[in-house]
Unconditional design. Structure first.
Length: 176
């Protein structure tokens, strides 16, 4: 999607974002009923993550800054370097009950996403993103990017816990 604006020579900035913390909201049932969440990455490798409210804040700041020129790809990452096992520990603490991380294969994860109504393109994008994270795609950017403010614990406290407590399906939105 970035090829055409980049080729035009116009001043252009693109945000490069890793795993959205909000993706875990699609697993409210599993977290609630089985005390587990499922991803494809190794439990001891930290996936880069970001809260969508931080994406919005970064984008708003860029859109109101008219002083820049040129073209830039701007990596946007949260401040944590938690492994999925570390994420499970934080979720457990914030929910006050045990939640475990369970690694699943890419094909099984794609099936789970489809069963939850995720479209084919989104399934493809998510599974490719997870596969890329396992191979270090974000490592160089993560090391140099300025972290955004929302850490995983804060996100769990303000977004995940209320969603789990509400016992409803996630339909979008943030802290609001």
């Amino acid at each position: 999607m970035d090829a055409e604006p980049s080729a035009s020579g116009a001043a252009y900035r693109a945000l490069s974002m890793p795993f959205y913390m909000e993706n875990l909201l699609r697993q409210l049932g599993a977290i609630r009923e089985r005390g587990a969440f499922y991803l494809t990455c190794a439990g001891d490798l930290p996936p880069a993550s970001i809260a969508t409210e931080d994406i919005a804040g970064t984008a708003a700041g860029l859109l109101t800054d008219l002083s820049w020129t040129g073209q830039e790809n701007l990596p946007v990452f949260g401040p944590d370097r938690l492994t999925p096992d570390g994420m499970a520990e934080v979720i457990s603490q914030e929910l006050g009950r045990p939640v475990a991380y369970r690694r699943t294969g890419i094909d099984d994860y794609a099936s789970l996403l489809r069963s939850q109504g995720t479209g084919d393109q989104a399934v493809k994008d998510l599974t490719e993103a997870f596969a890329a994270q396992d191979h270090g795609i974000y490592d160089a950017d993560w090391a140099t990017a300025e972290p955004t403010p929302t850490d995983f614990r804060t996100w769990c406290r303000h977004v995940l816990k209320p969603a789990v407590d509400a016992r409803t399906s996630y339909r979008g939105g943030g802290r609001g």
